[in-house]
Write a protein that binds this ligand. Sequence first.
Ligand code: ADP
Length: 265
Amino acid sequence: MPVISVTGLDLSYGKRQVLQDISMQVHRGEFYLIIGPNGSGKTSLLKGLANLLPIAHGRIDILGRPLADYTRRQLARKLAVVPQQISLDFPFSVAETVLMGRAPHLGLMGIEGSADHALAQEAMHFTDVAHLADRPLDQLSGGERQRVIIARALCQQPEIILLDEPTASLDPAHQIQIMDLMERFRVEKGTTVIMVSHDLNLASLYGDRLLLLHNGRVEMVGSPDEVLTAERLGACYGCAMLVEKNSLGQMPRVTPIPQKYSQVV
Ligand code: ADP
């Protein structure tokens, strides 16, 4: 059984339809990347999967059960979301923020016990933020803050984790750190990772399968090798692309071609 199954999904903001006839199936333990040009609907699809947008048409099943049948709390025990940005209006400490991941598991009184604190500690160690425990969120670097938000999601003990461009605005070393973290989490805990990324090369390096969106529709789902072809990317992104084999592992490496080199290829 797929952990997520989407069939004929349409999503709209008011009258404005942004996703059309989306069908996809994600399997347990997959690293699943959603890619596509700006405005193609990646974030909207992620919001749909997290039940943050009403379904106009079609259906989404999470772990074999219709998304609409879950309460917020039930869904949060199964699925964690790492948003693109978080509010820093109330700069909680790192430890407080990570512990919030336990909220969907707490009893009626909402009081954390020693097991919850232990899980928060474990999540902070896993993401290498334990040394920042008492620091307020607004005094961290972008990479540190991103690891804290991921720690909160891990502390939630989800079966599925959704991330929206978690590496945007990070330097290459920190991008790889976040991607390696998710890969380790996937392998060690068996968690399914679904990530929106605009970075085709990171998608190629880590993705088991990629879903390429174009104008709110699924252009293709497949392995990096199948999806990342120069012709397909050129057509979707409207820019000539050079696709070579990466010597690390023979996966595609994508380079958008600057105009001054357009005669070379
Ligand atoms: P991507 O993540 O691929 O850049 P988005 O899902 O953010 O794409 O956006 C898809 C389309 O939906 C875009 O045309 C965008 O302008 C539109 N859109 C996004 N958010 C909203 C919103 N809150 N209200 C209306 N339209 C929106």
